[in-house]
Design a protein around this ligand. Structure first.
Ligand code: GLA
Length: 650
């Protein structure tokens, strides 16, 4: 364990003891064999109330720290009066800026009552959000609060001129959870009655002794656990440990399970891989800004991560910026694309606009019922890239009703472009008609056989619900149900930064800028993908490309929620032709509820793909294990290709 505070001198030594006490016990590092052993159950985080992506409003993108009660209640009122509440927007979330200080006599946080007057309990000499939360609850809504996993918050670093920064002594300004976890969580959830918490991480990232503002404003320094832009210096295990502890504490404070944990480490510290083990949503990127290239950047950080999302756990590419900058009233094409993209990748839908003054044109976007229905589809499958071109992308989201898919055709560029939709992109037959319903106009619009070409205006997207005859009449591809797959072990043994999540934007995409400043800073590269190999190539076994399948590294274990609904799993397995080097051998094993059902012997690189058939009748959780045998270079890329689950009760 890396230490978290430099320990010099007696005073700081005592602080160090406090700091260490806060550090969670890390689970002992498990051996690879143990990690690849079947768990026999679904092991992602199942706590909290997020069976579909959370929807609501958050103060940050509209007001930064200049939030106040009138603004928040105004948003809540519009959410109800405009009908957005009935369409699913429920959470009214206060972001940074609400706190005044941590009272030293009893460690309780004092609310800034000048901006939240109802929190002033007057003669009781205390402050409480209870009256505010009750008003929100009485409107049929739920309430969310914001904090930081470290001692201090993000505004104290990034909004130095804010009028709403915590005040007082160094200790009074330590408003974060560090050393105060059980007390603060009990205050937020048990006393005040909140239903949602967003937990930021600047306190463990930005307060190193070398930063000028730290001494200038007399903050206690903190040796960063997250070193921004420097993965090797980031203590991934310690960061995960803090959120693991937090998650357990929240569970204890919420016996009714009616809560949501939003993890906010901006895609760093490998959260894109472990967020689903501890929380309901986790940010996959840095903050969204109100520009087209920022929106693309944060979208790219989530779009390849379908296997990490599903009911209860969601990739969070950050809140909506609709209404501002490149997505304002004069840019409805861009605003609509932003909304449709978030919907099709099952991202949380958090409005970030001053709703006291919302024009109808924007309310129509947030309120587009049939697009919300795509986002909120109960199967919880995140959309998957079916085509990923230079200018255009096609994203397909499998819906609960297996003869329907949502499909988004998206023009990233500032030029008109053409894109072709193939029936096969939808896993539908190419010889019978496919119908497309336009989800903005809510009209059945097209019918085609085989393929159809579309012309897209700059930045335009078209979103349809497609209905047609399935390619598989009596079964479903595993790749059509990513929401039912948990990546228990991803096979990544050396963390790498994801170069695909920072596409450098050309002038063509963004005529006003000469390129973007986005760097690669999100670990998780090499994680499993749907219908692609882990580094983004086509799944290839023995020279043949497979359109359907899961591409993953060897030494991985995937859990599939079968729920006794299938008869048989059939799948082609082998080492993917994109694997560098030629000596590796891998064995593939399929388990049902912890018992081995079938396996291959060790397969070499040039072996023909092997077909495995597993009887999965009455199996709750299927596990797919690919284990590298003997020596050989790594990483070894493997595939579970054309994996088909036969449906019972055909
Ligand atoms: C970070 C988060 C933002 C917001 C601010 C508040 O930057 O990523 O979403 O909460 O902090 O200061």
């Amino acid at each position: 364990m890396k230490k978290t505070t430099p320990c010099f001198g007696i005073v700081i030594f005592l602080l160090c003891i406090g700091a260490r006490a806060e550090m969670p016990n890390e689970p002992a590092e498990m051996s690879l064999d143990a990690r690849l052993s079947p768990s026999g159950h679904w092991s992602a985080f199942t706590g909290g109330n997020a069976s579909t992506p959370p929807m609501g409003w958050n103060s940050w993108n509209a007001f930064r720290t200049e939030v106040d009660e009138g603004k928040v209640m105004g948003a809540a009122k519009t959410i109800v009066d405009s009908g957005l509440a009935k369409k699913g927007y429920r959470y009214i979330n206060i972001d940074d800026g609400w706190w005044l200080k941590r009272r030293q006599s009893d460690d309780r946080i004092v609310i800034r009552t000048s901006i939240f007057p109802s929190a002033d309990l007057g003669e009781k000499r205390d402050t409480s959000f209870r009256p505010f939360v009750e008003r929100i609850h009485n409107m049929g809504l739920k309430a969310g609060i914001y904090t930081d996993v470290g001692r201090n918050a993000c505004s104290q670093v990034w909004d130095l001129h804010s009028p709403n920064l915590p005040e007082g002594s160094t200790a009074e300004r330590e408003v974060g959870l560090w050393n105060h976890l059980p007390g603060d969580i009990a205050l937020f959830f048990e006393e005040w009655g909140f239903d949602y918490v967003k937990v930021d991480a600047c306190g463990i990232a930005d307060y190193s002794a070398s930063k000028e503002f730290v001494s200038e404003f007399d903050y206690q320094s903190f040796e960063p656990l997250i070193v921004r832009g420097d993965l090797p210096s980031t203590d991934v295990a310690a960061v995960e440990g803090l959120y693991r502890n937090l998650s357990a504490t929240l569970g204890r404070s919420n016996p009714d399970n009616d809560y949501i944990l939003s993890i906010c480490t901006w895609g760093t510290a490998n959260v894109r891989s472990w967020g689903k083990n501890h929380g309901n949503l986790w940010r996959t990127s840095e903050d969204i800004r109100n520009s087209w290239d920022s929106m693309l950047h944060v979208f790219d950080s989530a779009v390849t991560r379908a296997l990490f999302a599903g009911p209860g756990n969601w990739n969070d590419p950050d809140m909506l910026y609709i209404g501002h900058g490149d997505f304002d009233e004069d840019h409805l094409t861009e605003a609509k694309s932003h909304f449709a993209l978030w919907s099709v990748i099952a991202a949380p839908l958090m409005i970030g606009f001053d709703l006291r003054n919302a024009p109808q044109s924007l309310l129509n976007i947030w309120g587009a019922e049939e697009i919300i229905a795509v986002n909120q589809d109960p199967a919880g499958n995140q959309g998957v890239l079916a085509y990923d071109g230079e200018n255009a992308q096609v994203i397909v989201k499998s819906l609960q009703n297996s003869s329907e898919k949502a499909v988004l055709l998206f023009n990233r560029s500032a030029e008109a472009t053409r894109v072709t939709l193939h029936a096969s992109d939808l896993n539908m037959r190419a010889d019978t008609p496919v119908s497309l319903r336009n989800l903005w106009t809510r009209k059945d619009q097209y019918r085609f056989v085989g393929e159809k070409i579309f012309q897209l205006a700059p930045h335009e997207s078209l979103i349809f619900k497609a209905t047609g005859d399935r390619q598989l009449k009596d079964g479903i591809y595993l790749s059509e149900i990513p929401g039912r797959i948990n990546v228990a072990v991803d096979g990544v043994d050396t963390l790498g930064l994801d170069p695909k999540a920072h596409r450098r934007l050309s002038l063509k995409h963004n005529p006003e800028r000469s390129g973007s400043a986005y760097r690669q800073h999100y670990p998780g590269f090499g994680g499993p993908r749907v219908n692609a190999s882990p580094y983004g190539d086509s799944i290839t076994l023995d020279g043949e490309e497979y359109r359907n399948g899961i591409g993953v590294l060897a030494n991985s274990r995937l859990e599939v929620k079968a729920l006794g609904q299938f008869d048989e799993l059939s799948v082609f397995v082998g080492i993917d032709g994109n694997t560098p080097g030629g000596k590796a051998k891998v064995e593939f094993v399929i388990y049902g509820d912890g018992e081995e059902i079938t396996s291959t012997s060790a397969e070499g690189v040039k072996s023909e793909p092997r077909m495995l058939r597993a009887d999965v009748r009455n199996v709750d959780v299927i596990e797919l294990v690919a284990r590298q045998v003997g020596d050989g270079s790594s990483p070894v890329i493997v595939a579970w290709a054309d994996a088909v689950l036969d449906l019972k009760d055909k």
